[in-house]
Design a binder for this molecule. Structure first.
Ligand code: COD
Length: 298
């Protein structure tokens, strides 16, 4: 079982070098992370963008040219189209968002004719290394699905559980997060969370154990759970946090990013290949971690 981001790097290094298509990689953190990943033998970059700009950024950073292919593109939209197409025809085995808007990038992946859909619902998973004791915790969905209904939450949960299994977490403990740990008709997230827990009890959701509603503190802290008198196999020990919507998830994601203390890797699950999807403001280290995660599960 992978329990730290460092172990994830080691797992990624065991696999073959894969081609990673990156639209509009005109960004220091993107290029530094690709440089590190290429050096580690994880990837061979296929860059869709402006060659002159890529070379300028490289020069500014003192990076040497890599063994890579650059496809000249005149716009972000063209770059997304080229990168997605190269993956679709099998010339690249991973995809990574460059300096393009998340919506534009996601629409390219979702395109019914030319995109990369595989599972019925694609979702984003942020994988954090939590401290004391060190362990991996998956947060979803913090970046793609805006206001998922119950059926979509089941799919988001299943995608996160799929990823947890790939990392060797055999029976992930899933916390369906709300603001409180009791069911309240005024708070729809608590109703969905209670239904997900019951679906898990009845075997409608498999391969994991789900409890909810749980508040963030009692999902992650055994002490907080004890304090509130919650008895649950998930409380205080959650491996997966199912966030109620993109607002809750993304605020948490950005806040943890600003604090910068929990190492992070972030990808999209459900497409034909792993997709590295970090925020533009995420560090080169987070981007490298995310490439390693994508490589580890390829
Ligand atoms: N998985 C599979 N299919 C999907 C998904 C999904 N997650 N989302 C939409 N679809 C399908 C729909 O079923 C439909 O067939 C088609 O795609 C269009 O659906 P719309 O009209 O809801 O989609 P769009 O194109 O308007 O929006 C889809 C986005 C993913 C672009 C949108 O949900 C979005 O902008 N999400 C937030 C992205 C973002 O800004 N994140 C911030 C991160 S920092």
């Amino acid at each position: 079982m992978v329990t730290t981001i460092r172990e994830l790097h080691a797992l990624a290094r065991k696999g073959p070098t894969r081609t990673i298509a990156v639209p509009w990689p005109h960004d220091e953190d993107v290029l530094v992370s690709l440089d590190k990943a290429a050096e580690a033998g994880l990837v061979r970059p296929l860059l869709a963008g402006r060659r002159a700009t890529i070379e300028q950024v490289r020069e500014r950073l003192g990076l040497r040219p890599l063994d890579e292919e650059i496809v000249e593109c005149g716009s972000e939209a063209e770059a997304v189209e080229v990168a997605v197409r190269r993956v679709a025809v099998g010339e690249a085995q991973m995809l990574m968002k460059g300096l393009v808007s998340t919506s534009l990038f996601l629409r390219g992946i979702l395109n019914k004719d030319t995109g990369l859909r595989q599972k019925p619902l694609l979702s984003h998973v942020a994988l954090y290394q939590a401290p004391a004791p060190e362990r991996l915790v998956l947060f979803s969905d913090v970046a793609m699905n805006i206001a998922p209904n119950l059926a979509q939450k089941v799919q988001i949960l299943e995608n996160a559980v799929w990823l947890a299994h790939r990392l060797g977490i055999e029976r992930p403990r899933v916390a369906a997060i709300a603001a409180v740990e009791t069911v309240s008709t005024d708070m729809p997230a608590t109703l969905d969370a209670a239904l997900l827990a019951k679906m898990s009890d009845r075997g409608q959701i498999k391969g994991c154990v789900v409890d909810g509603p749980l508040a963030l503190d009692n999902a992650l802290s055994a002490e907080a759970a004890r304090h509130k008198g919650i008895t649950s196999p998930v409380a205080g020990a959650a491996d997966v946090l199912l966030l109620p919507d993109i607002e809750a998830g993304n605020v948490l994601y950005k806040f943890l990013g600003l604090l910068g203390q929990w190492p992070l890797a972030a990808i999209l699950v459900g497409a034909r290949v792993p997709v590295v999807l970090t925020s533009r403001a995420d560090s080169d280290q987070t981007k490298f971690n995310s490439i390693a995660l994508a490589a580890a599960i390829s």
